[in-house]
Design a protein around this ligand. Sequence first.
Ligand code: TEU
Length: 539
Amino acid sequence: MREWWRDAVIYQIYPRSFQDSTGDGVGDLNGITQRLEHIASLGVDCIWLSPIFTSPQADMGYDVSNYTDIDPIFGTLDDFDRMLARAHELGLKVITDQVLSHTSDQHPWFIESRKDRTNPKADWYVWADPKPDGSPPTNWHSHFGGPAWEFEAVRGQYYLHNFLSQQPDLNFHNPDVVDAILDTAKFWLDRGLDGFRLDTVNYYFHDKHLRSNPAAKGGRQVMATDLYGMQDNIHNKNQLENLAFLEQLRALCDQYDGIMMVGEVGDMGQRSIDLMAEYTKGSSRLHMAYSFAMLGPDFNPKHFRGCIEGFQKGAPDGQPEWSFSNHDVPRHVTRWAEHAVSDESIAKLACAMLMSFEGTIGIYQGEELGQLETVMKFEELTDLQAIRYWPGVKGRDGCRTPMVWDHKADNAGFTAGTPWLPVKAPQVAHSVDLQEAQNDSVLHFYRQTIGFRKSHPCMTRGKTAWIDLPDPMLAFTRSTADQHLTCVFNLSKAPQTLTVTGTATLTGPQHATLADSTLTLPGNGFAFLGHSATLKLTA
Ligand code: TEU
């Protein structure tokens, strides 16, 4: 049987902002259970839950202080079991977000490790002596800005943190750490979970020799965000040892039935596509990977084609996951606004494109409403990265504001209390109840388009043949032996016309007309053309 995840659409829940059931202003597991039918109604296959584990929430749960318990703000292990059982009843798989590269500075392992240089956990994190002048051991930068090293006076040493200083980096070169981490994965697999979203898979190991990174062009320090990879001498990430660890974790998962691991490659650009391929090659590493390549500002045919083709060249049998939004980047309707005829038209175009790509598809809560990035005031921020670098860095709160369920209810039905992030009018205008009542809403469009994808094997399993067209047109044919769909997208505001040679019919969701061999696409238009064998499209 073909593995379930290859044909899947995965829905990401950001638990803090999905549904609050207690009135404390923060979403929780029982809230998610109440709302599972909404997710099932979209026709998706799987839920990815951003972290729900015990955490001081310095990085909103990406700083775990106990890997095998639920944070009280989200509920209890019993609540988790109930949520999982209900999801399974509805035919939804559930994967959790495992943040294994670093822990919270409040994790008992780190509390012990920082005490002195000889305790049993002394080598569980990456500790190093200062340089003779007292400065950090290497020039490595934290992804969130500033040096990746924090001084601990008690030990007289620095510890490594690739993200916040509250997120000390585990020392994966220590086999005891690897064993402890594998045990935490086993704990969740034994609870009946369907797999893992693995945070920052390319950051697990660091260079044992603590070599400084080379300076970038113009004497600038190489940032973690620069597009360097495995072969490029970046010593705080992309180490080859990461692959060996993933093979161990995969072997553990393979002892269970139907478990899937999707890894987040914390990189952007073409380099990140190469890493995705490297990490999913063969059948002993990750089942799937995603990167930030499609989560950035680029919105042009060459870019999307480059991502998909690049991955296929690197890992012909590998499986990518493609998504346009998540909890780390501005929502794509806002991010790509300069190419939009209207918010709604680009939301639908993006949905039609995404659901036509070869690979597994990820969507992020609120995306099915065509939700916009929330405009934040400084006083409303909670993301420490934004608070530190405002206004240069706007941070990630704007994509993390609560789900809007009912435009008439307080806080759009998210909470009876005070929401942890504000619920504002432009977001409320996208409420689920309003869109349920409107036949041509973005919400109904997502259902229709997901249904269209899932009922056409060529869209999930078919190969992609690219059609060369000038900008701003993106076009390709998805084919199985007996089914062909040519997918055409106008990535601009200006109308476009194409000539179709061969017999074709417009099918499924569409924003285009076909008459006398002329395909007319309005700004942000799109079309799926059903045909047999060959079809030619020319500008
Ligand atoms: O993100 C890793 C990562 O690379 C991101 O920091 C990303 O590049 C950036 O946010 C783009 O603006 C993961 C999680 O998704 C993120 O929420 C965590 O903060 C981070 O790891 C640390 O655990």
